[in-house]
Design a binder for this molecule. Structure first.
Ligand SMILES: NC(=O)c1ccc[n+]([C@@H]2O[C@H](COP(=O)([O-])OP(=O)(O)OC[C@H]3O[C@@H](n4cnc5c(N)ncnc54)[C@H](OP(=O)(O)O)[C@@H]3O)[C@@H](O)[C@H]2O)c1
Length: 247
């Protein structure tokens, strides 16, 4: 491998937005490391995969990456992009009805792992050009009843992105951070959401109607916009944007 190549690390590359991003990267001949519980059934010279349950609070993500130690040799890569995409909207119910372990698992995948991976990235690639995208949601700013764990974790992820960018400005690291709201996507996550009981999630009808009216965003469209934003050489140190809004 030549030392001018680009590595993209995508969590949750096996479905939805992550899968659409994976396909775009591979079309671009960009190297991808995908991390999810399921492997994608695809043999491609630019794809490496790690299977891990990112909701498991016992998981040590650095250890999970150890089998790829040689592949992750810093001298190989010039640019490394981390897309913190894996996430869950579960558990969904009002506070007082939630399972304590389910809250912990949700925060682990939606917030702890993205922080741990960002921290690892900065240590592992001290000289490289770094890009980090946090896949956010309107839930990072608006309180939706039933989404206590999801809203809290996405709000934390958004703040983590702001801190990363503020630190990069002080340290002079070549790091750009994107907070990206992908829109209401036509993915298995939305499918699951539509099955929720209204007493657990009063907004459920809004999402059902969006599907009936054909208003859901295709993950390929959202992925294309995200990839365009990340590929922009003029990207500012911190960019926050929602699908369809102008950068
Ligand atoms: N769908 C929407 O309308 C919407 C709106 C705003 C924001 N978002 C955000 O967009 C991102 C992608 O969502 P999506 O709609 O594409 O969801 P999705 O189709 O359900 O895909 C979720 C991805 O995360 C991975 N994942 C889930 N649980 C995991 C676990 N325990 N360990 C490892 N990986 C796990 C899944 O892989 P495995 O199942 O193979 O593990 C899958 O690849 C999420 O961060 C979500 O919060 C979605």
């Amino acid at each position: 491998m030549k030392p001018n190549e680009h590595l993209v690390i995508i969590t949750g590359h096996s479905s939805g937005l992550g899968r659409a991003l994976l396909d775009l990267c591979l079309q671009d001949k960009t190297h991808v490391l995908g991390i999810a519980r399921r492997r994608v059934d695809l043999l491609h010279p630019c794809l490496k995969q790690i299977q891990a349950d990112l909701s498991d609070s016992e998981l040590r993500i650095e250890q999970s990456l150890q089998p790829l130690d040689a592949f992750l040799d810093a001298s190989v890569w010039r640019t490394v992009t981390l897309i913190n995409n894996a996430g869950t909207a579960q558990p969904i119910s009002f506070m007082g009805q939630l399972d304590a372990q389910a809250i912990a698992s949700s925060l682990h995948i939606n917030l702890t792992v993205p922080l741990q991976l960002s921290n690892w990235l900065l240590q592992r690639f001290p000289q490289q050009r770094l890009r980090i995208a946090q896949i956010s949601s309107g839930a990072s700013k608006k309180a939706y009843p039933g989404w206590g764990a999801y809203c809290s974790s996405k709000a934390g992820l958004r703040m983590a992105a702001q801190v990363l960018a503020a630190e990069a400005e002080l340290s002079g690291r070549d790091l750009r951070v994107l907070i990206y709201e992908p829109g209401v996507l036509d993915t298995p996550m939305q499918e699951g959401l539509r099955q929720t009981r209204a007493e657990d999630f009063p907004q459920v009808d809004r999402f059902r109607q969006m599907q009936t009216r054909g208003e859901l965003v295709a993950p390929t469209d959202s992925a294309r916009e995200l990839w365009r934003l990340l590929s922009n050489k003029e990207m500012p140190s911190l960019l926050e944007i929602r699908y369809g809004d102008r950068a």
